[in-house]
Design a protein around this ligand. Structure first.
Ligand SMILES: C[S@@+](CC[C@H](N)C(=O)[O-])C[C@H]1O[C@@H](n2cnc3c(N)ncnc32)[C@H](O)[C@@H]1O
Length: 261
């Protein structure tokens, strides 16, 4: 593995995922389901152009595993497994691994990519819409993008509990679906599939919901942590047995084959 990683935010994200890497796959049911959905949305893998392929924010490799199960032809040239977190990549047997901070852009070797796939990773970047535009501009004519990303409007139960308790909501700010769509089409992507999906995870109340995120390694947030009393206030206003709701944008498309760039 080679490495290029940078900012303090990236360090925080990496250390959270790293500490929980061993348990990630056992808990990542939503991510596993989304990986399969993305793999099924690629209808013509055999017609991908020549060129680099990569899973961006690949983690333990759920998306690439699904892609190669659904499209065995991809096994001849598995996507590059790129991620910030070496501990997750160490559990990833799907292809060549590269430790890389996507806040620094894409590595030069992905210029003219034929396939860029990413599931549940873009929202961890400092500027998700700008990064998505850059990803699309790196695709070659005929190249494909497969993306799943949680978006703004997720976790209404958490936001409501924080407002009712009068404490800050420390949920990770998520990108707006419209800004992602605009970034992709503005960079020349022709949309083939763009849907906002809503999932509810059956957590019994706030404490379980927050614990589940911590156990996944997905607990980093730019906000200062709540003090103990604030946390108790939050949980007191988060009704027991409420689910936690995620909005997930699935956006798939290609650069038209005739594009000159
Ligand atoms: C929720 S996991 C998703 C992993 C995998 N795509 C999946 O669906 O199971 C988020 C992943 O994004 C990676 N990530 C977060 N910030 C990143 C960055 N700046 N550069 C590269 N990877 C990043 C994390 O290390 C983690 O593996």
């Amino acid at each position: 593995m080679t490495s290029r990683c940078g900012s303090r935010w990236s360090d925080r994200v990496r250390s959270r995922f790293g500490r929980r890497a061993a348990g990630y796959e056992g808990l990542a049911r939503l991510q596993r389901g989304m990986a399969w959905r993305l793999a099924c949305s690629l209808d013509d893998a055999a017609r991908l152009p020549e060129g680099p392929r990569a899973d961006l924010g690949a983690g333990s490799g759920l998306l690439s595993a699904a892609l190669q199960t659904r499209h065995p032809g991809l096994r001849h040239e598995p996507p590059l497994q790129l991620d910030l977190c070496p501990e997750l990549l160490a559990r990833n047997g799907q292809g060549e691994a590269l430790v890389w901070d996507l806040n620094e852009g894409l590595p030069p070797r992905l210029r003219g990519a034929a396939l860029l796939a990413s599931s549940f990773a873009l929202h961890w970047l400092e500027q998700p819409a700008a990064a998505l535009g850059q990803w699309c501009r790196q695709l070659r004519p005929g190249g494909r993008l497969l993306l799943a990303v949680p978006t703004a409007g997720s976790f209404p139960q958490w936001h409501a509990a924080a407002a009712a308790a009068g404490v800050p909501c420390t949920a990770l700010p998520l990108p707006k679906p419209g800004s992602l769509r605009e970034a992709a089409t503005g960079a020349g992507l022709e949309l083939q599939h763009c849907r906002l999906l809503r999932f509810s995870r059956p957590h019994s109340g706030g404490l379980n919901a927050l614990r589940q995120m911590q156990r996944l390694g997905a607990g980093a947030t730019p906000s200062p942590p709540l003090a103990g009393a604030q946390l108790r206030q939050l949980l007191a206003h988060w009704p027991e047995a409420t689910p936690l709701t995620w909005n997930v944008l699935v956006l798939c498309g290609r650069i038209p084959p005739e594009t000159h760039r």
